[in-house]
Design a protein around this ligand. Structure first.
Ligand code: ATP
Ligand code: MG
Length: 400
């Protein structure tokens, strides 16, 4: 029923053009046909609905009014449009100046060898784009949740022994004040010259010293304080790392130290990694890189968590940073289970996962790709051998 209604709308539009027999005009895809000079000859209703022009307004206009040159497919270039058979993601400009993301393909229409026109087919993907950005957001929330669980554990452990040490210390202070009171009584009797009393007070003081085992108590106080300071310092470091990790996104790229980004990310994920992996670091002497550090940290986290998940028993994760001409590179190599060539081909696809339901959403690497390649003009490379391990290399341009 609904299909019929849509079909009929298309038919009506086609009728207006006198193209009623042309089945292409009843499609939901945007369809625009130009002559050999790129002047629009006809457009379907989907095109006029999306672009805000009437079909009549579009006719006679150059195709170039629909978009700029600066795109994966140059809408200003007839040569490119003639050959653009595969779908490209471009933005079309509507009559009001708004940009709509579409998947566009186009090709030349020939009469023998002579070009007589160009046909463009496009699909509105603005809704998919919106859903995609919502998903990226929810993936971020999910990884923050995962992170929070790890961080809670890391903080809880030192907080547990700091709390217990403070309890013990408070008992010790009670013992020491008892002793001090006995000492004061002795002091007073000595001052007053009451030697008999002083002698019995001294015995009481000695007995109290033995009761509380002063030598052990003094030693233990030192240990408890050192241990608690150490724990408090660990908590402080975690909180500092967390602050650095979650740096509220800045609007501009800032010169950043990738080594310290890696260190703070490692501290955060170490809880997940420490039981089954040995981490080897080979951090080179690299210059600051202009980037959105918070997002790069998120990529590091995804790569490290993936590496950890690929190791089933015991293994190593080797992290190396170095400069290669005008690129700063970060290599994460794991000795995990590796990937088959079929899996490798698909890892950057959103939702592609080989993990069980609930274990992975399959968004980690597609987000990493978006951040490194699309947002930073960098590269994200993978080498993997099944049963041996995997290396991911992030390359960021030094003059990004
Ligand atoms: N280091 C690695 N070793 C082996 N396989 C890997 C490695 N990293 C990624 N993969 C493969 O790539 C797939 C996609 O990875 P991605 O990080 O995008 O998603 P995920 O880890 O499955 O889920 P999510 O990251 O959303 O929790 C994984 O399911 C896994 O099959
Ligand atoms: Mg992952």
């Amino acid at each position: 029923m609904e299909e019929n209604a849509l079909h009929n709308t298309g038919q009506r539009a086609a009728k207006a053009h006198g193209d009623v027999d042309n089945p292409l005009y009843s499609t939901l895809s945007i369809l625009i046909v130009t002559d050999a000079r790129g002047v629009i000859q006809s457009a379907n209703t989907a095109a006029s609905d999306l672009l805000g022009y009437t079909q009549e307004e579009m006719r006679g206009q150059p195709l170039s009014i629909l978009g700029t040159a600066n795109q994966p497919l140059n809408l200003q270039s007839l040569e490119e449009l003639v050959r653009a058979a595969s779908h490209r993601e471009v933005s079309l400009q509507t009559q009001s100046g708004a940009l709509v993301p579409v998947l566009l393909s186009s090709s030349g229409i020939y009469d023998g060898a002579k070009l007589t026109g160009i046909v463009c087919v496009a699909l509105d993907i603005s809704r998919n784009k919106m859903l995609e950005s919502q998903l990226v957001q929810s993936e971020k929330m999910a990884s923050i949740g995962q992170l929070a669980a790890g961080v809670a554990h890391e903080i809880n452990n030192p907080m547990g022994f700091i709390y217990s040490n403070l309890g013990t210390l408070s008992g010790y202070i009670e013992d020491l004040s008892q002793l001090l009171r006995k000492y004061e009584t002795l002091e007073k009797s000595v001052q007053k010259g009451k030697l008999d009393m002083a002698s019995s007070n001294l015995s009481a003081l000695t007995a109290e010293k033995e009761r509380i085992d002063l030598a052990y108590l003094m030693e233990d106080i030192g240990d408890l304080i050192t241990e608690s300071l150490d724990g408090a310092n660990r908590v402080r470091k975690i909180v500092l790392n967390l602050k650095e990790f979650s740096h509220v996104g800045r609007a501009e790229k800032m010169p950043s130290d990738l080594n310290s980004g890696l260190e703070s990310t490692l501290n955060i994920v170490s809880n997940e990694l420490k039981y089954k992996t040995t981490i080897e670091k080979e951090l080179g002497d690299i210059p600051l890189v202009p980037c959105f550090m918070q997002e790069i940290n998120q990529v590091f986290m995804n790569l490290l968590v993936n590496a950890g998940q690929a190791i089933t028993d015991q293994g190593t994760i080797h992290i190396r940073t170095y400069r290669e001409e005008d690129w700063i590179c970060v290599r994460v190599t794991d000795s995990g289970k590796g990937m088959s060539p079929e899996v490798q081909k698909r890892i950057f696809e959103p939702f592609f996962t080989t993990k069980r339901v609930g274990e992975g959403t399959g968004l980690g690497l597609s987000m990493a790709y978006q951040i490194i390649v699309e947002k930073h003009g960098g590269q994200l490379l993978v080498e993997s051998t099944e049963g041996q391990g995997t290396t991911f290399t992030v390359r960021l341009p030094l003059h990004g």
